[in-house]
Every structure is written in C-alpha cells, then in structure tokens.
Design a protein around this ligand. Sequence first.
Ligand code: NAI
Length: 265
Amino acid sequence: MSHPAIVKDNVAVITGGASGIGFAAAAAFARTGMKVCIADVDQGRLVEAATKLSSIAGAANVMTAVVDVSKTESLTELERAVRERFGGTDILMNNAGIQPGSTLFGEPDHWQRIIAVNMWGIINGSRIFAPDMIARGRSGLIINTGSKQGITTPPGDPAYNVSKAGVKAFTEALQHELRNTKDCRLTAHLLIPGFVFTGLTARGRTEKPAGAWTPEQTVDFMLARLEAGDFYILCPDNDVPRALDEKRMLWAAGDIVENRPPLSR
Ligand code: NAI
C-alpha cells in the first residue's frame, strides 16, 4: 500500500467503524501503523471492536467515540476530540449507514431518519472535518460510502436510494471544491460497495451467501483503488459480469467512464 495518506502514525477516523465495512477499514489502517478512531452509535460493538483493534495497533493508538452522525454536535465533538487526542485527522471515512427499508408513502419521521443518518451524516461529517484537514497541508482522504442503489435507483427502498444518491452528488461537489482549493492535498472518493455480507445485509442469515463479498475483500479493493487514484471506487458484484455491471453504472452515471468527478456540466 503506498498511498501517501495511509502511512504509519497518520490518523484515520471511521464512522460506523464498530462493524462491517467500517471495522474492516479500521483494522486495515491499524495494520499499517495508523492511529484509528472508530465512531459509532452502538456502544457495545464499539467496546468489542476496540479490543480487536488494540491487539493490532496497541491501545494507545485506538480511540472510540459514541457518535450519532445525524447530530451536528456529535460530529463537532468527535472532530475536536480527535484533534485533542491525536493532533488532527488525515483520513475520514464517512461510512455509518442504515437500511431499515422504506416505502414511498411511509412515515415522514422514518424517511427523515434514513436521510439524516445516511446522507446528512456524510455531508455534515465532511463539512466539519475538511477545514482542519485542508489546513493541515498534508495528503489526506475523505472516503464517503455510497451505494449502487444511489446510482441506479432500483425500485423498492426509495428513502435509501435517495440518501445514497445525495451522497454521490455531495461527494462529487466536495472533490470539485477540493481540486479548486489552493495548496490542498486532500482528495474525496466515493466508495460504491457491491453486495457485502454484514449486519446490514444479513437479514437473519448466518452464512455468507454465494456472490457476496466480505467486508475485508471490499476494503482490500478500496485500498488498491485509492492507490490507483480512482474517485469512484466501484466494487464489482460477483453475480453480475464485470462488464455488464460497469455498463449499468455508466448508463446511470456517465462520469464513471473517466473515473473522475465532473468538472463542469
Ligand atoms: P453494518 O451495519 O455492519 O455497519 C454500519 C455501522 O453504522 C454499524 O456499526 C452501526 O451501528 C453504525 N451506525 C448506524 N447508525 C449510526 C449513526 N446514526 N451514527 C453512527 N453510527 C451509526 O453495515 P455495512 O454493510 O458495513 O455498512 C457500511 C456502509 O456501507 C453503509 O453506509 C451502507 O449503506 C453501505 N453499503 C453497504 C452495502 C452492503 O452490501 N453491506 C452495499 C452498499 C453500501
């Protein structure tokens, strides 16, 4: 791994870091000697996750924070606490997400919760952390976890689709802004996982279904694509031929063909 931000003693903050893709990312960063902060709403899982990370990186290099990403004050406090403990942030992975299912005419509060966690949490996390990350003047990464559903917007679960479409649009805007910021060495990336076997998708299953990826496979793929400089980190689905998958995404988002965010429309 040779991305200049993913190096020993740099600092990574991962929301939704107590399980699934977020935890796998935290473990991978910890293995490179980075200091990691996992932020999650689930305190019990945070404790378990911190124990595992401490065995990789040493307890002094692991921080946990109980955070609800839908709340501005929670994220503001997280940013301050990481600066106090580790001096600042080099990698922010805005990854916390929920998928409780939704219908078009479902309850407004239910829609608002999905959008508040999945979309506003990612937007607000980026807005709160980016200024200090830019000011640090170092190579840095903001990785936002989107979804194929935010690109192809298939029927069913409209609130989730809308939230993830918003993540895509915001991350493109963020990268555009960062590119146009003088002396800025921070870049934004949109992680678009395939079907990953996690608590989010298990739905009562205890065995990984054929075709699903593990969180670790997803993170390995992400690290390779970050090293290659991709903006869209489009994970293939094992059950969809790669060429067809890319074609499907290209149809929905022409930008992926160049793998860079649009500079002008
Ligand atoms: P997961 O359920 O294992 O992890 C999500 C984590 O987010 C959990 O630890 C949960 O406690 C935390 N979380 C939930 N609400 C939160 C809040 N308000 N504040 C802070 N933390 C909160 O699920 P997974 O699959 O690892 O999901 C990670 C991201 O990947 C999500 O954004 C999800 O939408 C996205 N994704 C997952 C796919 C999959 O197939 N698993 C496919 C496409 C996208």
